[in-house]
Write a protein that binds this ligand. Structure first.
Ligand SMILES: [Zn+2]
Length: 139
């Protein structure tokens, strides 16, 4: 049955494996989903068992050694990539400190700016007092 539908590759048994180039998964002949196009009368289609993968038989290649090595390398790179971007660092006593310092930097810049404005305000009364940074008395 697979052999008839899959015009691009030869299938010898349902246990054969194929590597899906679209989702990067290894799939076997048994896992491949066969769907009939339109109300059972249309041409049969083969679908990758992976959800949201719309690959066609043409996207499936024989899992040669080269392919398998590539898959392993990809998986390793993904692991490295996820290990390289920790959102926060946990220090000794269990506290979590965010490594992102841009916020603190932004605040210090704001303070400096406010300082300048205050100094300016003394010299030039044209700047309204409303430019003062919001304090604790508001509300
Ligand atoms: Zn797929």
């Amino acid at each position: 049955m697979l052999r008839r539908i899959d015009q691009f590759r030869q299938w010898h048994s349902l246990d054969e494996k194929r590597y899906c180039l679209v989702c990067g998964n290894l799939i076997t002949g048994r896992q491949i989903q066969v769907t009939d196009g339109t109300h059972g009368s249309g041409p049969l289609r083969l679908n990758c068992p992976t959800e949201q993968c719309n690959s066609i038989p043409m996207d499936w290649v024989l899992p040669t050694d080269e392919i398998l090595t590539r898959v392993e390398r990809l998986a390793e790179e993904e692991r490295k990539a996820s290990a390289l971007k920790p959102a926060a660092v946990t220090i000794g006593n269990g506290q979590t400190v965010h490594t992102d310092k841009s916020h603190a930097h932004f605040v210090s810049r704001l303070r400096r700016l406010a300082f300048h404005l205050k100094r300016h305000a003394k010299l030039s009364p044209l700047i309204p007092a409303g430019l003062e940074p919001p304090g604790g008395s508001a509300g």
